[in-house]
Design a protein around this ligand. Structure first.
Ligand code: ADP
Length: 465
């Protein structure tokens, strides 16, 4: 990542430098061309005026040479004058080619029609400028050409110095960028490494790991805090799961061990009377029923835990639903001579999962009957405002101590362990009700004092959001 940052920042820099150099080169060459071309024209005019024959002796040619030398270039020019047969009539260079026929494209082009031909010969670092020489008698007739060859090595040398300087600058800037990027990458990555270390430790099952030394309000701090809170939840869920599994096994252990004791006692008795068999087998059947109840309740809980997805929503009349529940439970209340009263304050319909809500309310009414002594009262009321439906279940039973009131919704929690088991409860009823009500975005609370009965109030929003 750091390297790609470096590459990305250097690329525009390098492109910029090379574009600048190319630009400077064109500028220099254009300037040089602009200097050479008028001299080439003058040379051509002089030659045209004087004619080829008197060329060597002419002082004007010397003038031309003088004019060239006045330009303060140490490279100087080479001047060649051609006739229309491409024969060199004059050559200013030391190794003169005078008298030879030399084929030079620029010269050929000048003779064959162009007014001026300038060409850079990069390999030789020279600029060739050819201008035709016209006949003094007929301006349309071309009798030869003047070729100026000028070295542009000075330009190339200047550019190569510049290039070297720029490369040095690029190298220094790159070094600077690399150092800055590595320092930045290190500062960015260090906190991530710390988080990674904790994540890896947690992946091995050590859920108590937390990211420490979280400072500031930057994204890392937010990430670390969110991670820590997620880790806390995970740890809580894991603890609940462990407790749940141990509770389940504990709950199942009791009926299993009593079934074992019952079976062994029958086996040990050689000629046990039939009545004893019957009694013991009946006890075993009761224990199996208990286990079945626990199993059914566990299944109901798991289904509720699927929350929203598990809901089978339809329009439900709460008044009719509560009436049905009370009808179903009336044999139980009659058996205990408990008055089951229904206070139907207001008719109300909501969108809900009827089966789950029925189970949730049944459990609470059934508890009211179960934990109220003979002759007591259980009163169920349905009321509503524009937002919520309220279902309250009030009994005149033994009540629940304040310290226990939050715990009774926990799985397998019973206030009086031994006695409550005898009532046939699994300790899962309120947990089932609680999770079903939560799935409906509702709430449940209890208010009670020992020996003064208990009131459970369920509140469910009428419209689902
Ligand atoms: P159980 O199957 O044991 O009834 P629940 O989850 O329904 O389990 O209830 C949990 C515990 O809360 C019960 O064991 C009981 O001690 C207490 N409880 C629930 N409802 C009442 C009530 N109406 N009056 C007194 N105690 C209650």
């Amino acid at each position: 990542m750091a390297l790609s940052y470096v590459a990305l920042s250097l690329l525009p820099l390098a492109v910029f430098f090379f574009v600048v150099i190319a630009h400077i080169e064109t500028d220099y060459l254009d300037e040089r061309e602009g200097e050479v071309q008028p001299i080439a024209f003058i040379a051509s005019d002089i030659v045209a005026a004087r004619g080829f024959d008197t060329l060597e002796e002419t002082t004007l040619l010397n003038n031309l040479r003088g004019m060239m030398n006045r330009r303060s270039t140490e490279w100087g020019y080479r001047v060649l004058i051609f006739d229309d047969g491409l024969r060199v009539i004059y050559d200013s260079a030391a190794g003169s080619r005078t008298g030879q026929t030399v084929i030079i494209p620029e010269v050929m082009n000048a003779i064959s029609g162009r007014t001026i031909v300038t060409q850079l010969r990069r390999a030789e670092s020279t600029l060739y400028t050819a201008v035709p020489v016209v006949s003094p008698h007929d301006a349309t007739e071309r009798v030869g050409a003047v070729l100026l060859i000028e070295s542009v090595e000075d330009i190339f040398e200047t550019l190569s110095d510049l290039r070297a300087d720029l490369l040095l600058i690029i190298a220094l800037v790159s070094l600077g960028i690399i150092v800055v990027v590595f320092i930045m990458a290190n500062t960015l990555i260090r906190p991530l490494r710390r988080i990674l270390l904790v994540v890896q430790r947690m992946a091995t099952g050590r859920l108590d790991q937390r990211i420490t030394n979280v400072e500031g309000q930057n994204e890392y701090a937010i990430l670390a805090e969110s991670f820590n809170s997620m880790a806390e939840k995970l740890e809580r869920v894991e603890k609940t799961r462990e407790e749940f599994v141990s509770n389940v096994s504990h709950e199942l252990k009791t009926p299993l061990s009593s079934m074992k004791v019952l079976s062994e006692s029958i086996l040990l008795q050689e000629h046990a009377p039939e009545a004893m068999y019957r009694e013991f087998l009946q006890d075993i059947v009761n224990e199996v029923d208990r286990m079945t109840n626990i199993n059914n309740d566990l299944l109901a809980l798991v289904r509720n835990d699927q929350r929203e997805q598990g809901l089978n929503i339809s329009t439900v009349s709460i008044n009719r639903m509560v009436e049905d529940i009370l009808k179903r439970l009336s044999p139980l209340s009659e058996q205990k001579e408990i008055a089951l009263i229904y206070d139907d304050v207001r008719p109300v319909e909501i969108n809900a999962d009827e089966i789950k809500l029925t189970l949730a309310i049944s459990n609470i009414v059934e508890n009211g009957i179960k934990y109220t002594p003979q002759g007591g009262t259980v009163k169920v009321a349905v009321d509503a405002d524009h937002q919520f439906v309220y279902i309250s279940v009030q009994d005149t039973g033994m009540g629940i101590p304040e310290s226990e009131q939050t715990k009774i919704f926990n799985r397998f929690y019973r206030v009086d362990k031994a006695r409550d088991r005898e009532t046939g409860g699994t300790g899962l009823g309120l947990a089932i009700s609680h999770s079903a009500i939560l799935a409906h975005n509702g709430s449940i609370r209890v208010s009670s004092k020992p020996d003064e009965g208990a009131v459970f109030t369920i509140r469910i929003p009428i419209r689902r959001s």
